[in-house]
Every structure is written in C-alpha cells, then in structure tokens.
Design a binder for this molecule. Structure first.
Ligand SMILES: Nc1ncnc2c1ncn2[C@@H]1O[C@H](COP(=O)(O)OP(=O)(O)OP(=O)(O)O)[C@@H](O)[C@H]1O
Ligand SMILES: [Mg+2]
Length: 249
C-alpha cells in the first residue's frame, strides 16, 4: 500500500475576527491536511459561516494568519482551486429558470485566459461532474422541478465542475430528510476518497456527521475541539456543548 504523507492545505494561526464591534472568532488556530474530510460543528451564531468565508478569502481576518495551499488567501489563483456551496444555496436559487446542465456549467471558467482552460475541457468537466453527482439523467430538466435532495446534487456538481482541490459546503443538507442526509454525506465521502478532494462542511446534523466525517472542527467563537471525529465527540469540551456523545453504534 502506498504510504501517504499528508500536507497541510489550510493553516489558521491566531485568527480573530469581528463584525464591527462584535467579536465573532477569537484566537482560532488549526491545520487541515490535504485529503481531510472535515465537519465544522458549533451552535447557531458560533461563527462557522464566518470562518468558512475567511478561508475562502471573502472576509479578511482582523488578526492572525490564514494560509491556503501554503500561501496567503488573497492569491487570485486560489479562487480556481476552492469551490464553495454557500448556506441556503439550493433553496435560494431554486426559482431560477435554468436547466441542470446550465447551472453545472456555470461552475466552470470556460476559456478563461487566466488559466487557459478551453471550451472543450470545460464541457468535459461538466460531463464528469454530472455523472459523479449522478444527475446526468436530469441534465435537461429545470432545476426548480427537482426535489430538495436532487437539487443539492446539482450544486455539488456545479462546485465539482470547477475542478477544485478544496470543496467548502455551508450546511448543505438543510431542509433534507435524515435518510437523504446520510446518503449525501456518504456521497461526499466517496468523492473525498476517489479524488483526494479536501472537503470542509458546516452542519448541525451531529448524528449524521459524526458517522461520516474523519475530522471534526468544533467552534463556538473559540476553537472548542479539533481532531479525529472519535476524539472530538468524546472530548469534555464537546460533551459540555452537546451533552453525551452522539455516536451510538
Ligand atoms: N455580515 C454580518 N454583519 C454583522 N454580523 C454578522 C454578519 N454575518 C454574521 N454576523 C453575526 O456573526 C455571528 C456568527 O455568524 P455566522 O453566520 O458565522 O454563524 P454560524 O455558526 O454560521 O451560524 P448558523 O449555524 O446559524 O449558520 C452571528 O451572531 C451573526 O449574527
Ligand atoms: Mg452558518
């Protein structure tokens, strides 16, 4: 078996962030390695979405350093290597009159002179994304005619069409039933394994998540706990926040 030496892909050191006078993230430090499948957990308002936006370079840290791919987050080329599915994406864009194929294609940067990607390679990326997300059969259907669970896969496919190294999802299963959630997280784990894609997702669905994610990053303004899922759910700090550990086999 090939021995892998994971490299740090996201390094956060002494991060502080406030919206105006309201401190939101306080002294957060952690490292995520390439190929990790990470659940970002924490209560409402704990700062999960804010942390993801900082990693994406959409918000600037007030203090501390955030490095992605070993560099500062303002490098333009990072945008090509991180795909983001924002919170409530599937619900908010549901009324938009576009087909599945059109939405997925919008995740590519066809013909961009910056990276020299051609129309043909973008079309290929769309085909692969549709089949990976198993929505090829829906390609010509309007997105708003799909079920919540199907629509979710469209947004994942759009993110994959950008051929990212890191996939960031903010509460991707909001409004989806438990069975579909489990199916969805298994699917994410599969693409994590098959493509070595680093995945970070924020969620509240503790039961489902802790059965799927390899690593948990728990934040409630401060870093509550970070480590392997088993270690985190058994940690005193996590149990204080969520009660007895949810992992009941
Ligand atoms: N643009 C903004 N301006 C001011 N305050 C904000 C802004 N965005 C978020 N906040 C506040 O920052 C805090 C953290 O918000 P954030 O969205 O990061 O939390 P979250 O952990 O993602 O919560 P949820 O689980 O509800 O999605 C909240 O108190 C929120 O009201
Ligand atoms: Mg949020």
């Amino acid at each position: 078996m090939q021995v892998k030496h994971p490299q740090p892909i996201i390094e956060v050191q002494g991060l502080n962030f406030s919206y105006g006078a309201h401190p939101i993230l306080k002294d957060i430090s952690f490292t995520i390695e390439e190929g990790d499948y990470v659940a970002v957990l924490g209560p409402n308002g704990g700062g999960k979405s804010t942390l993801l936006k900082i990693i994406l370079g959409l918000l600037d840290p007030e203090q501390g350093s955030v490095r992605v791919f070993g560099e500062g987050i303002k490098k333009l080329r990072h945008r090509e290597r991180i795909s983001y599915v924002p919170q409530r994406a599937a619900q908010e864009e549901a009324q938009f009159p576009a087909t599945v194929a059109e939405v997925v294609a919008s995740g590519t940067v066809a013909g961009s002179p910056l990276i020299g990607r051609t129309q043909a390679s973008s079309q290929k990326a769309v085909r692969i994304a549709l089949s990976t997300a198993d929505i090829g059969q829906f390609a010509d259907r309007l997105v708003y005619n799909l079920s919540g669970g199907e629509r979710q896969r469209v947004y994942i496919a759009r993110a994959l069409a950008g051929q990212p190294k890191i996939l960031v999802l903010d509460e991707p299963t909001a409004g989806v039933d438990v069975e579909a959630q489990q199916h969805f997280y298994r699917f994410l784990k599969q693409i994590n394994k098959d493509f070595g894609l680093t995945i970070l997702f924020a969620s509240h669905d503790i039961d489902v998540i802790t059965h799927q994610a390899d690593t948990v990053l728990c934040i409630n303004q401060r870093l509550v706990s970070h480590g392997s899922t088993d270690d985190v759910v058994h940690s005193a700090a996590f149990r204080q926040l969520y009660g007895a550990h949810p992992r009941q086999h």
